[in-house]
Structures are given as C-alpha cells and as structure tokens.
Design a protein around this ligand. Structure first.
Ligand SMILES: NC(=O)c1ccc[n+]([C@@H]2O[C@H](COP(=O)([O-])OP(=O)(O)OC[C@H]3O[C@@H](n4cnc5c(N)ncnc54)[C@H](O)[C@@H]3O)[C@@H](O)[C@H]2O)c1
Ligand SMILES: O=C(O)C[C@H](O)C(=O)O
Length: 482
C-alpha cells in the first residue's frame, strides 16, 4: 500500500479502543503441551488488543498451528500486538493478515447471470439470434427497456474521486473500494444492482457529458464523493439533461438523515422546528443540502458558519451557493464566529471539520440542546463532552448511540425511485423520506439515545422506499413482473 496513504489514514484515525476495522489474523506455531497457548490471549490483551477468535488449525505431537484473530486500534497498534505475541516463548509467527484487506482481495462485488445457459436452446434465446427480437422491440418502443432489461433495477454510482470519505482528492482508482462498498450496500439493503463508475476526469463538462452518455443503461444516477462546489453544477446540469433521477448522496442522503434525526430529537426535547434557533457548521456539499431541507421542513431561524465564520450578506467572498445561504438565513446579519453563533442556540448541526467546538461551547447553548456533530471520522465536538451539556447528541460514528449515516436513506430512496419509474428527485420526496425514516422509531422506543433506527432495522429501507414511491405518484412495486 502507498506509504503516504498509510500516514494519512493514521492521521485521521481517532479510534481509542480496538476496532474490527483494524482486525488481524496472526498465523503462528507453538510447542504442543507447553504454556504458550494459554499465554497467547494474555499477550494480546497486555498489548491492549482484543482476541475475537483463536482457532487451532493444525495439531501435531510437537507443534500446534493456531490462527489468533484480534482487534487493534490502528496499524501501529496491530504491529505492537504481533511483537507481543512473538515475545511469548516458543511462538513462531508465520503470517499476519489484515482482515479488512483480505475482504477486499479481488473486489467486493460481482455480476451474475440470472438466466441458465446450459445448452444451445438457452443460448439462442438469451443471446443471438433470440435477443435480436427483444432489441428490436425496444428500438420500436424505448419504454420497453425498463421491462426487458436490467435498466429498471440499475443505478450508476458515479464519482470523480475528488472528495472520498474524509480522505480528500485521492482519485478514481482509490475511490473504487468505496464505490464497490456503496454498490454492496445498495444490494444488501434494497436489492438494487448498482455499478461503480470511477471517472478519470474532474472537469464538470466532461463528467456531465460522460454521465449523459451512459445514462440509457440505468434507472437512476447516484453521484458520490464529488467535491463542492462542482457537485452542485454537475447535479443541476444532469437533472436538466436526463429523464432518470439524479441524486447526489453526500448532499441529499445526509439531508434526509439529519432531518429525520432532528424531527425525533425535537420530539425528545419537546421543541418545534419552527421555533428553534439552529446553528450549522459547514456550508459545503452536505451543509448546503441539509440547510435547504431544514428550511423546507419549516426551520425559520438558522445561522450557517463555514471556515470563515458566519455566512452573511456583508461577506465579499460569496459564490452562488453561499449567496443563496446568506439570503435565506441569518436574518439579523450576525457576522461573528461559530463559537458566538452557538451561544443560546437550541440545535447545533455540524457537517464541517473535526474538533472545532468544546464542551464549554456546548454549555453556552440553550437548555435541552440538541447536538449533531457529524464530521467523519472525528466529530466537531467530542460526543462525551457534548453529552455533559446537551440533551441529545448524535454523531456519524458507529461506536456511539445515534449514528447518522446516509445508508439509512439512499437504498430506500432509490428503491422508491426505481419502483415508481421516477424521472426526477423532488424536495417533496426528500421530505417524505425523512418523515418515513423518523417514523421507524416508535413513540415507545424514542429517547435521547435512540432518535434514528439501526441501519439493520428491517423496516428502514422499505419505509423510506414506500414514502418516496408514493410521493413520486409511483406505480406499485409489482411493475417488476415481466
Ligand atoms: N455523518 C454523516 O452522515 C455525514 C454525511 C455527509 C458528510 N459528513 C461529514 O461532514 C463533513 C463535511 O462534508 P462535506 O461533503 O459537506 O464537505 P465539504 O468540503 O463540501 O464542506 C465542508 C464545509 O465545512 C466548512 N468548514 C471547514 N472548517 C470549518 C470550521 N473550522 N468551522 C466551520 N466550518 C468549517 C467548510 O468551509 C465547508 O463549508 C465531513 O467531515 C463529512 O465526513 C457526514
Ligand atoms: O457516505 C457516507 O457514508 C459517509 C459520509 O457521507 C461522509 O462523507 O462522511
């Protein structure tokens, strides 16, 4: 692996406890009958790791071969664990495997044929000459493509590799594992066949032209990890050009999840979205879309801050997107910094940068404050510190309650869009999706530590899909019958 990437990953890694994403399997040999076996677990634990499995894979009279699987905090910590194991008397280390890398060998997804190809008959129907009649039927009636091809269940996951997770502009090849993962999530949570398309260009005109050209084979386009502000233009132009829905997940998936979570958080603290003062950090891809949806849902009093402080009409650096924000927020023209904007606020929503607020800042918020610190992987404020002063705290992290992640939204959104044969994505659909996601949490379940359902909750994607389909005025799901 590229050394700079290792350093970068190390730099952004904030894990303080062993995590399965840094899980290793150490294949080693120990003398049979000695004390070494019982010392292995102790060795891992004394290095601060956690043993998750210990398999004896080969037992001889003299030696045992054992696979010790354990979780570490990061790659350096994993090496410390291996060193500690090697220090046990009689232990010989054979091989160390990083389980996350093992999972990626050869990629995470594959294409499979749905039809049998066992003999000449089947071949001549699935392919030539039989397929020609199907092609001609579509040539006569292009609408038939949805009935007779994969189009009706296919989504292109398109990236230019310019804003990949928290890793930045790492390019199209390095973006591929993330896009494969996204495709796997589409399948797992909504049965959708999604295809990673990693483009070797970051030119807006070229991206638009390529996506337009490949669109006929897809029922929807999911734009992914394209940096702001280019992502706004790419999406707007493609929406104008295409007759299938175009959805930039970093914008609208985030917005749906934040609105759903805020709806439930405000239920917990018994406040109304129309009445609360909301301070946001982040006016990029996520922040802009979150703001738009919160306003559409009735929020009236919002201040947005970016890295220069509050966005207001007096600033001389406003591009189109920031000008829109200035025109629709901050009616009193507050021109100070984020810290000042947080004082007295009922809600803080961060989609910006790590560690920019402290617990003391959260203490200056209104009583029963709601704090969504969503920067990944390190939130805007430590969730432990925020919890000292706020009534409800959510992050993007899986090791705290109330994890807000787009996977709660995008599979269901696309399921609904595809089933409705939707041609566009509307704000009404996003609001409906957020409402449905919030409603998956029942009044009995709702509480400060449960404002969004688990991604594994069986109702999440079906509830979101139904809301989007209905909002799209869509046909019932049965349309997928030939
Ligand atoms: N948890 C989730 O579901 C989720 C979803 C989307 C984005 N995010 C996270 O939100 C963050 C932003 O994502 P994005 O795609 O919008 O990025 P982006 O680069 O488009 O926008 C980042 C914004 O943060 C602002 N910012 C930077 N430093 C700041 C500071 N000190 N104070 C206030 N604002 C500051 C920038 O000015 C910019 O407006 C990332 O950390 C991302 O991981 C989380
Ligand atoms: O897409 C995700 O799941 C990650 C999130 O959008 C992020 O940018 O941190």
């Amino acid at each position: 692996m590229d050394a700079s990437l290792v350093r970068r990953k190390g730099a952004i890694d904030v894990a303080t406890v062993p995590s399965v994403s840094y899980s290793i399997t150490v294949r080693l040999e120990v003398p049979a009958g000695g004390k070494a076996v019982s010392q292995l677990t102790h060795a891992v634990e004394s290095a601060g790791g956690v043993v998750t499995a210990l398999d004896v894979t080969n037992a001889g009279h003299e030696k045992l071969r054992i696979d010790v699987t354990c979780a570490a905090r990061d790659t350096d910590h994993a090496q410390q664990i291996v060193d500690q194991l090697e220090a046990v008397e009689g232990v010989v280390i054979h091989k160390v495997s990083d389980r996350t890398f093992l999972m990626h060998l050869g990629g995470k997804i594959e294409m499979q044929s749905k039809v049998p190809l066992r003999n000449r008959d089947e071949l001549s129907m699935a392919y030539t000459p039989g397929v020609a009649r199907v092609s001609m039927a579509i040539a006569r009636n292009p609408e038939d493509a949805r009935r007779l091809t994969i189009k009706r269940n296919s989504v292109a996951v398109v990236t230019d590799g310019s804003a990949v997770l928290g890793l930045g502009n790492i390019g199209p090849a390095a973006a591929l594992p993330v896009m494969e993962g996204k495709a796997a999530l589409f399948k797992r949570f909504a049965g959708i066949d999604a295809w990673p398309i990693c483009l070797d260009t970051q030119d807006v005109d070229e991206i638009v032209s390529i996506v337009r050209a490949i669109a006929p084979g897809f029922g929807g386009i999911n734009l992914e990890d394209i940096s702001a502000p280019r992502c706004f233009e790419v999406e707007a132009r493609l929406r104008d050009l295409l007759d299938i829905p175009v959805f930039h997940d970093d914008q609208h998936g985030t917005a749906i999840c934040v609105l759903a979570a805020l709806t439930n958080a405000l239920r917990v603290v018994e406040k109304r979205i129309e009445d609360v003062r909301i301070t946001m950090a982040g006016a990029g891809a996520a922040g802009t879309a979150v703001l738009r949806l919160l306003l559409a849902a009735g929020a009236r009093n919002v201040i947005v801050c970016d890295y220069l402080g509050a966005v207001h009409l007096g600033r001389d650096d406003l591009d189109d997107s920031l000008r829109w924000i200035a025109e629709h927020t901050n009616a009193e023209g507050y021109s100070g910094d984020l810290r000042g904007a947080v004082k007295g606020a009922d809600v803080f929503v961060g989609v910006s940068a790590p560690g920019i607020l402290t617990g003391d800042d959260i203490a200056t918020m209104a009583s029963n404050a709601v704090v969504f610190a969503l920067a990944n992987p390190e939130p805007e404020v430590s969730p432990d510190d925020a919890r000292e002063h706020a009534a409800v705290v959510a992050t993007g992290r899986s090791d705290y309650p109330n994890q807000i992640n787009n996977v709660l939204a995008f599979p269901g959104v696309f399921r609904g869009l595809l089933d409705a044969q939707a041609t566009e994505v509307t704000e009404q659909m996003l609001l409906a999706a957020a409402g449905a996601l919030a409603a998956v949490v029942t009044p009995e379940e709702l509480g400060p530590n449960y404002i969004v359902p688990s991604v594994f909750h069986p109702d999440v994607s079906t509830a979101v899909a139904a809301a989007v389909r209905e909002s799209a005025g869509g046909r019932a799901r049965g349309f997928t019958e030939a």
